[in-house]
Design a protein around this ligand. Sequence first.
Ligand code: PLP
Length: 325
Amino acid sequence: MRNNRYESIIDAIGRTPIVKLGNISKGLKATIWAKMEFMNPGGSIKDRIAKYMIEKAELEGKIKPGDTILENSSGNTAMGLAIICRQKGYKLKIVIRNTTSKEKIKMLEVLGVDVVKVDASLPPEHPESYNQYAVNLAKKDPSLYYIDQHNNLDNNESHYMTTGPEIWEQMEGKIDYFIAAVGTGGTLCGAGKYLKEKNSNIKLIGLDPVGSVFYDWFKHKKMITPSHYLVEGMGDEFLIKTAQLEILDDMMKVEDKKAFGWAKKIAFEEGILAGGSSGANIYGAVQLAREIDREANIVTLICDSGYKYFSTIYNDDWLAENNLL
Ligand SMILES: Cc1ncc(COP(=O)(O)O)c(C=O)c1O
């Protein structure tokens, strides 16, 4: 809508601004641009996929209002789904790790979501783990619709249809690199596919937290044993269908400390309060700018808002407890 007036909050999803990070880019030959995805109604990029996956399932006759949708989420997809479910009259059950920030869990509870907290320390193959709980529940209770963002290619398609075209238009096609954290991979692989179709010279760079399996699989076709990390929304313990890593040109690894440190830096230098994966994105973009050492436009995202992490990454006690100060 040109005048920003909508029939419902669902229609207010997407069309986020792109902003030049002038202070972060100082001293670099390349310019870093970030798409402000925290400005979506649920405070993250995942509103886009929530809307798209539900509307696609409706179109395909898989769900109808009154049904219960089930998902496992690090909190942001859950929040996006909660908004759509409130508007459209679905019930929502969310499986979440017990280490997820309190703020995210509280937001879901306020919206009346049935939240199941699972022990984050359980190995991925354990039936009660984050990765298995929802799968098993869906098998046991066929009345639940498991929307499964990790294997549902409508996730990638939502970014192919919205995030990619928006970036292309906002940057007037002047893009050299698109760099982003890989969680499900929907954002980077979906929007990236669109951008590469527009200009095959655009390079796609993925960011993976230390402890996740994607980087070593991409670089060496080696499956590592996953280990614990704290940045939310990135990486995984398994290969998943939506992480179409073959489309990427390169990947970089990011430690928790770097991701959280750079989130603080974005707040200080640009006045943008961002989450940890956005810190990872900007850290990666700056490393890339230093490496290429030439004029270029590097596009990345502020995936979600720092409001969601006051009790964790913006809390020195939590950082100290986790040896991250
Ligand atoms: C905070 C945050 N950053 C990044 C991502 C990664 O996005 P994608 O799943 O599209 O790879 C997510 C996904 O859940 C997220 O919640």
